[in-house]
Design a protein around this ligand. Structure first.
Ligand code: GLY
Ligand code: MN
Ligand code: MN
Length: 431
């Protein structure tokens, strides 16, 4: 359980904004995530549902928000249900929120124990004909495990079959896409901690270490700085491992002469950061490594400037693919003749650059929003071109987090070593 939250006014404002998007007289019900069983009597670490965090700030399991802003009964307009604690829970798991604490964090006056949820829902349902229910609508969302919100949503539909049902996800997407100043400040803090972890490993990496030893340094820096941990499984990939996009084993020995690719980001106050850097294990890029690195860096610098109001991730992806194709040709990966037909060009570009350039960021590292959204000031996106040459054991990705503004894009990781000289100097400077 994180002990840090934004001001209760933030959550109150978010609920007010949600109200503006909802149908009249409708009830939205938002559930916490499940505690996911691991084995025996163990659980995986709990991560709160991001929509519930956004609307209440309550980072505790077994929490439900019932939001019925037009309720004729005032006490049903906002009701927060939390887990009722007792001596046994206090002994085994520690402190859980009191009703007063949950009210103070969320700004919701009516906080009840979870056992009252069904009866309040029943009473509220008789005063309304519409429900908003939630589902993770990320296009890549895994569907093999049913989430609590889906399970409970189905139960509500079964119990109240003649109500009208609406999707909450598009509304939450609209609200969460543009970040408020408090969120931007928090994301900047997350980025700063991630930057410090990277600087720490720049001094630490040397041939002969295990990738896991480097990962431990990163985790150490995250935790000592007040982050909750990693926002996603960290990638510490040396040599050919860097060409595996989602390499997370991080268990190989780091060899002299290889590159090492980091894709790391801490989670701070439930907000994500996401950074990639590629460095030479022995502190000096070889001529070929430098060539590939600088190709990615050139594209990164151009891509960053594309993150402006009015464009879309899809457009940025397309433009960056064209830039990378030119770099591929310069690097001798294929020739202009090889890409005469579109299908072949696409295949070759994808061989050396199989992913996209940007995704939205926020409470989730891959935050709400599709690649077709029109960018607006206040959105935060990653910028992460890369080149992966399996036959040469070279994988290079460079990734910073960028805030869209009305003026120039604002790089939240602008001060992190990024050029060949900056990286080499930082690694070799005794200070
Ligand atoms: N670390 C996940 C990503 O870069 O998208
Ligand atoms: Mn990343
Ligand atoms: Mn990313």
């Amino acid at each position: 359980m994180s002990q840090k939250y934004l001001n209760s006014q933030f959550y109150k404002t978010n609920r007010d904004r949600l109200r503006m998007l909802m149908e009249d007289d409708a009830i939205a019900v938002v559930f916490s995530n499940d505690m996911m069983p691991r084995n025996g009597d163990q659980y995986f670490p709990f991560r709160q549902n991001s929509d519930l965090l956004y609307l209440t700030g309550i980072d505790q399991e077994e929490t439900v928000l019932l939001f019925f802003p037009d309720s004729p009964l005032e006490q049903f307009r906002e009701v927060l249900f939390i887990r009722k604690t007792n001596e046994k829970i206090a002994t085994w798991e520690g402190h859980k929120y009191t009703q007063e604490e949950a009210a103070k964090i969320s700004g919701i006056k009516n906080v009840m124990w979870l056992e009252s949820f069904q009866s309040v829902l029943k009473q509220a349902s008789s005063l309304s004909s519409k429900f908003y229910l939630n589902k993770n609508e990320h296009p890549g969302a895994p569907e093999n495990v049913e989430s609590k919100q889906l399970r409970e949503g189905k139960r509500i539909k079964e119990k109240y079959p003649f109500h009208q049902y609406y999707r909450l996800a598009p509304l939450m997407k609209e609200l969460r896409l543009v970040k408020q100043q408090a969120e931007i400040n928090t994301m900047q803090q997350a980025c700063d901690i991630t930057a410090d972890a990277f600087k720490r490993v720049l001094k630490f990496v040397k041939p002969g270490l295990k990738e896991s030893q480097v990962e431990a340094e990163i985790t150490h820096e995250f935790l000592r700085s007040g982050a909750q941990g990693h926002a996603y499984a960290p990638i510490v990939a040396s040599g050919k491992n860097a060409t595996v996009l989602h390499y997370t084993a991080n268990n190989q020995t780091i060899n002299n002469g290889d590159l090492i690719l980091f894709d790391i980001g801490c989670e701070y106050m439930n907000y994500a950061s996401d950074m990639s850097r590629t460095i030479p294990v022995n502190g000096k890029f070889s001529a070929r490594q430098k060539e590939v690195y600088n190709a990615v860096l050139r594209v990164f610098q151009q891509a960053k400037e594309m993150i402006k109001p009015g464009t879309s991730i899809n457009q940025i992806n397309n433009n960056v693919e064209q830039l990378l194709m030119e770099e591929h040709i310069k690097l001798g990966l294929y020739s202009r003749k090889d890409i005469q037909d579109n299908e072949k060009a696409n295949e070759l570009i994808k061989t050396y650059y199989p992913h996209g350039t940007s995704h939205f960021m926020g409470l989730d590292v891959h935050d709400v929003g599709t690649k077709y959204e029109r960018l607006e000031a206040g959105m935060v996106l990653s910028c992460e071109p890369g080149i992966y040459i399996r036959e040469e054991n070279i994988g290079v990705r460079i990734e910073n987090d960028i805030l869209v503004t009305m003026e120039k894009p604002l790089d939240l990781m602008a001060d992190v070593p990024i050029t060949v000289d900056e990286i080499e100097n930082f690694m070799n400077d005794a200070g």
